[in-house]
Write a protein that binds this ligand. Structure first.
Ligand code: HAM
Length: 413
């Protein structure tokens, strides 16, 4: 779990701003759900035989009132809120966004943390596939706007209804004769969740997976048409993508469209998935709501930060206030208040340091202007205005100083 110190926050803000801005443009509005939910919510939605539920959740007993879990992802909580507030009765389509910390007890490494931040979208009520394409295009546009290069968009379809069940049986049949060659983890998965074997990083598992039947052969006509139309829409939207039939993703709620955006540069190491998402047409109903087809995605903010371009300058202030005599610090406080009330970013070091040290600090903070209060000037009702960029200095009546600084700052903006 990481601290983000103030010197690193500008990059975070840049990602958050870009995400909020693009979500708004595409019609999404933010939802805020609790960071803890009943454990059963995650078990039911993410699935019992998934890595997240089996070994990664931070779960604790709520003093005799049941089990709670720190959210490992945002979809389950969003769907719970959607059902609990009967939102589908009020509008046919709901487009929700969220941004916040998630928790998974994974083995930490570059790009993988136990508390990490996700920016995600969930769209309820549209069966797609055009909204699926829109969402993928949104992600690609977002990442491009942040200077992320060298991306690959992978798409697949899991089918709907019993496609997955039929595919599961076929995979079990396929892997069964080679059971002993599979990694111990995959041998276990063969019983619990054979689709997950396709996700395995073990070389032998991968070799065996390469010859496995393709999920795409199991799609029925309606699934196929959905997937074909998705690809037509992506092409029309100029999104480059690759169909990856082994893409299954680690959560059980998915159906039909699945997608991931992966970084191809080396910055992310093994954790090269920047964003993942897909359709979960059965989940709202599964959690007690009506039949509402839905799709969503989430991107890992730390992973975006590892691959995004651009420099972020340290924040600077507009104006500093300094005093030539410590007795004038109350006057300085009042002047600072007035400057800030006028919308200026103003600061001053009122610890009683020498004027020289106050000026040095003003310079360090990037002040464009320094206002110096001195006893003689105060007596005459004026303030000394030092323009650091222009290397000039002048006296300004106290009553006019705020307006003068504001004009000066606007000019240089
Ligand atoms: P996910 O693939 O589990 O999907 O996570 C989405 C993204 O969160 C990943 O692509 C990755 O960037 C980031 N992420 C996941 N785990 C970690 C970690 N330990 N450290 C850093 N980053 C991480 C979901 O969570 C789904 N809820 C997405 C979704 C929304 N599907 C439908 N709607």
């Amino acid at each position: 779990m990481n601290d983000v110190l103030p010197e690193a926050i500008a990059r975070w803000h840049r990602v958050e701003r870009a995400f909020r801005e693009i979500s708004t443009r595409y019609g999404y509005t933010e939802v805020r759900t609790p960071i803890v939910e009943p454990t059963q919510l995650f078990v039911r939605s993410i699935g019992e035989a998934t890595d997240i539920v089996e070994k990664e959740m931070y779960t604790f007993e709520d003093r005799g009132e049941g089990m709670l879990t720190l959210r490992p992802e945002g979809t389950a909580g969003a769907v719970r809120a959607f059902v609990e507030h009967a939102v589908s009765g009020r509008e046919p389509i709901s487009k929700w966004s969220y941004l916040g910390p998630m928790f998974r007890r994974e083995r930490p490494q570059r790009g993988r943390y136990r508390q990490f931040w996700q920016a995600g979208l969930e769209c309820f009520g549209d069966p797609g596939p055009h909204v699926d394409a829109e969402m993928i295009e949104l992600v690609v546009t977002l990442l491009a706007s942040l200077g992320v290069q060298d991306l690959e968009v992978l798409v697949n379809s899991l089918g709907s209804g019993d496609t997955r069940a039929r595919y599961r049986d076929a995979l079990t049949k396929y892997f069964e004769p080679n059971r002993d060659r599979l990694s111990p983890e995959s041998q276990r998965r063969l019983v619990a969740n054979p689709l997950r074997i396709l996700d395995s990083k073990s070389p032998v598992d991968r070799e065996l997976s390469a010859g496995a039947p393709s999920l795409l052969e199991f799609l029925d006509d309606a699934d196929r048409e959905h997937f074909d139309e998705l690809q037509r829409a992506l092409t029309a939207l100029d999104v480059k993508f690759r169909v990856e039939p082994t893409l299954v993703r680690g959560l059980d709620y998915y159906s039909r469209t699945l997608f991931e955006v992966q970084g191809r540069g080396g910055e992310l190491g093994a954790q090269n998935t920047i964003c993942g998402g897909g359709r979960y047409d059965g989940l709202v109903k599964e959690l007690g709501g009506p039949d509402v087809p839905s799709i969503g995605f989430a991107a890992g903010i730390e992973r975006i930060l590892l691959v995004m371009g651009g420099e972020d300058r340290a924040p600077t202030i507009d104006v500093a206030v300094a005093v030539a005599d410590a007795a004038l610090r109350v006057d300085a406080s009042v002047l600072l208040r007035d400057l800030r009330a006028a919308g200026l970013v103003a600061d001053g070091d009122l610890r009683g340091q020498s004027l020289k040290s106050q000026l040095r600090r003003a310079d360090k903070l990037g002040a464009k202007v320094v206002l110096v209060l001195g006893p003689a000037e105060t007596e005459r009702g004026v303030v000394q205005l030092k323009d650091l960029a222009a290397h000039s200095s002048s006296e300004v009546p106290r009553a006019e100083v705020v307006a003068r600084v504001r004009d000066r700052v606007r000019e240089s903006a």
